[in-house]
Design a protein around this ligand. Structure first.
Ligand SMILES: O=P(O)(O)OC[C@H]1O[C@H](OP(=O)(O)OP(=O)(O)O)[C@H](O)[C@@H]1O
Ligand SMILES: Nc1ncnc2[nH]cnc12
Length: 274
C-alpha cells in the first residue's frame, strides 16, 4: 500500500469552508489505481455538465458532496443550480432546472462508503438510491426528460451498474438495450475494445449484430471516473458505424477529468462528487 502514495491536498469548500482531503487514488474493478498526475487543485466552484458540441439541451444540475466523512459518518450534500430559473408556471412544469429538489434527493440517497473496497477509496454506493423509490424514479425521469425525443434507437449499458439504469430508459424511449460487458461474459460472437489503465489494460465487449450502422446510441453508466470505460464504449459503437449521441451517468468524479477522455462527445451527469 505504501507504493500507492496518497497525495493529499487541503482544499476549501466554498459552501462551508471545511478543509477537505483530495486523493489521487480511485478504484477500477476492485483495484486501486494511482493517477499519473495527482490532483492537488483547489476547487471553489461547482463543476458543470457538458458544454461542448452538445446536440441536446444545455447543462442542468450539479450537486457537490460537502465534506469527506470520517469512517462511519454519512456525507452531506450541497446542491446548486447553475442557471437562473425562469418564472413562468408553464416553464416551471417543463424546465427540470426548477425541480432541483429531485437532484438534492438523488444526491443524498447515494451513500458514500469510505475505504471500500480498499483504503483511500470513497465508494459511491448507488444501491441506497435504489431503495428510495422516489429518488430512483426521479433519476430515470430526469434521463427520460432529456432523451425521450432524441430519436435514440440504442441504449448501451455498461456492466454492471449501467445495467440498472439503462434498461428502464431504453424501455421508456422505445430503444433497444445493448449490454456492454466485461471480457468472456457474452456467449455469442463479440467485438472488443481495449483501453489502458496506468498499469495494464482492460476491455469491454458487445455482441456482433446487436447494433446496425447508422443507429443512434446513448451510452449509460452509473459513474464516470477516469472516463476510460465510456471512451472504450464510444469507440466500440463507432467502429460499427453507430452514432453515439451522448453519454449519461448518474455520478461524475470531476477531479479525475474523465470528461476530457471523451473528446467532443457530450456527457450528461446528475451529480458531481468531489
Ligand atoms: O471512468 P472509469 O475510470 O473507466 O471508471 C468507471 C467505471 O468504474 C465502475 O465500474 P467498475 O469498473 O468498478 O465495475 P463494476 O461496475 O462491475 O463494479 C463504474 O461503474 C464505471 O463502469
Ligand atoms: N469512487 C467510486 N465509487 C464507485 N464506483 C467507482 N468507480 C470508480 N471509482 C468509483
Amino acid at each position: 500500500m505504501e507504493s500507492l502514495t496518497q497525495k493529499v491536498a487541503l482544499k476549501f469548500s466554498k459552501a462551508n469552508f471545511v478543509p477537505e482531503k483530495v486523493t489521487n487514488r480511485y478504484f477500477h474493478r476492485g483495484n486501486l489505481v494511482k493517477l499519473k498526475s495527482p490532483t492537488t487543485t483547489t476547487i471553489t466552484t461547482i463543476t458543470t455538465t457538458p458544454t461542448r458540441n452538445t446536440p441536446v439541451s444545455p447543462p442542468i444540475f450539479v450537486s457537490k458532496r460537502a465534506a469527506v466523512p470520517r469512517a462511519g459518518e454519512e456525507t452531506e450534500l450541497k446542491t446548486t443550480r447553475i442557471r437562473d430559473p425562469v418564472s413562468s408556471a408553464d416553464m416551471a412544469s417543463k424546465d427540470p432546472i426548477l425541480k432541483d429538489d429531485r437532484i438534492a434527493r438523488i444526491s443524498s440517497s447515494i451513500r458514500v462508503i469510505p475505504d471500500f473496497p480498499k483504503p483511500g477509496i470513497m465508494f459511491q454506493d448507488i444501491t441506497t438510491l435504489l431503495l428510495d423509490t422516489k429518488a430512483f424514479k426521479d433519476t430515470i425521469d430526469l434521463f427520460l426528460e432529456r432523451y425521450k425525443d432524441k430519436n435514440i434507437s440504442v441504449v448501451a449499458g455498461i456492466e454492471a451498474r449501467g445495467f440498472i439504469f439503462g434498461p428502464p430508459i431504453a424501455l421508456a424511449i422505445g430503444a433497444k438495450f445493448v449490454p456492454m460487458r466485461k471480457p468472456k461474459k457474452l456467449p455469442g460472437e463479440v467485438i472488443s475494445e481495449e483501453y489502458s489503465l496506468e498499469y495494464g489494460t482492460d476491455k469491454i465487449e458487445m455482441h456482433v449484430g446487436a447494433v446496425q450502422a447508422g443507429e443512434r446510441a446513448l451510452v449509460v453508466d452509473d459513474l464516470i471516473a477516469t472516463g476510460g470505460t465510456l471512451a472504450a464504449a464510444i469507440r466500440l459503437l463507432e467502429r460499427v458505424g453507430v452514432e453515439v449521441v451522448e453519454c449519461a451517468c448518474l455520478i461524475e468524479l470531476p477531479e479525475l477529468k474523465g470528461r476530457d477522455r471523451l473528446g467532443d462527445k457530450p456527457l450528461f451527469v446528475l451529480v458531481s462528487s468531489t
